[in-house]
Ligand binder design. Sequence first.
Ligand SMILES: CN(C)CCCNS(=O)(=O)c1cccc(Nc2nc(OCC3CCCCC3)c3[nH]cnc3n2)c1
Length: 269
Amino acid sequence: MDKYELLEVIGSGSFGMIRKIKRKKDNKILVRKEIDFRKMNEKERKQLVTEVNILRDLHHPNIVKYYERIIDKENYLIYIIMEYCEGGDLAALIQKCRKEKSLIPERFIWLVFSQLVLALHECHYGTKADGSPRPAILHRDLKPDNVFLSNNVINSYTHVKLGDFGLARIINDPEKDFAQTYVGTPYYMSPELINEQAYNNKSDIWSLGCLIYELCALEPPFQARTQILLAKKIKEGKVLDIPKEYSQDLRQLIKSMLNVMVIYNIFII
Ligand SMILES: CN(C)CCCNS(=O)(=O)c1cccc(Nc2nc(OCC3CCCCC3)c3[nH]cnc3n2)c1
């Protein structure tokens, strides 16, 4: 760790702190995700190894760049060094716009959509650095808190970065293989997860639909006080319309992403 100078803590994740650091050789600002694997059971440690291996294999301008991992055995700590996105995350932007009662500009929403499609395409269909095929990677926890902005002026061109593959899964064939466990944010849980069917790459598209909806409406498409009620609403699939200021194209796009699961479910029921 002597390569880096420690700066302030910017948050705490599930297994430890996230802090800004400065690389001494060139003063580049990065983030260090600290994970105390003493707190982890065997399954979580395996998932951590998967996450680090996933991050190491993913190289894409719209995926948070992974630099290195440092293992501090005597303190049971693993450090993951990643790129720092100075614009913060979409959750903070949505909160700000909700508080100021100001809608997010449509052109920004299309920028976010197009870049997350590219990031998910890389996850689901990308190949290894040497061009050899690799199994699909499902993010499984796409939500505003996991999407970061490279700079914080939403009107200038913004680089959007998909982050935090803490719940990501590797599956060999998205059409056949399924990842069999409940994960991610209940708000964005897709219908097939609700029906205890399996999770697959189309579920990341469902979550993307929920995220784009939330950028327009400044709240998630399905909300309820309990998971059971939430599941009921998601299965009913009834969604309030987004504000009239947005175009028909954007409205249709969101409907098709939130609808893809219904079409999908018809085939698999
Ligand atoms: C949930 N959010 C509303 C919390 C506030 C969000 N803003 S913040 O955290 O202070 C903030 C402000 C400015 C820039 C950045 N940049 C940033 N943050 C990361 O993770 C944030 C962390 C993730 C786990 C939970 C705690 C927050 C990165 N990971 C890889 N690169 C990253 N770059 C973050």
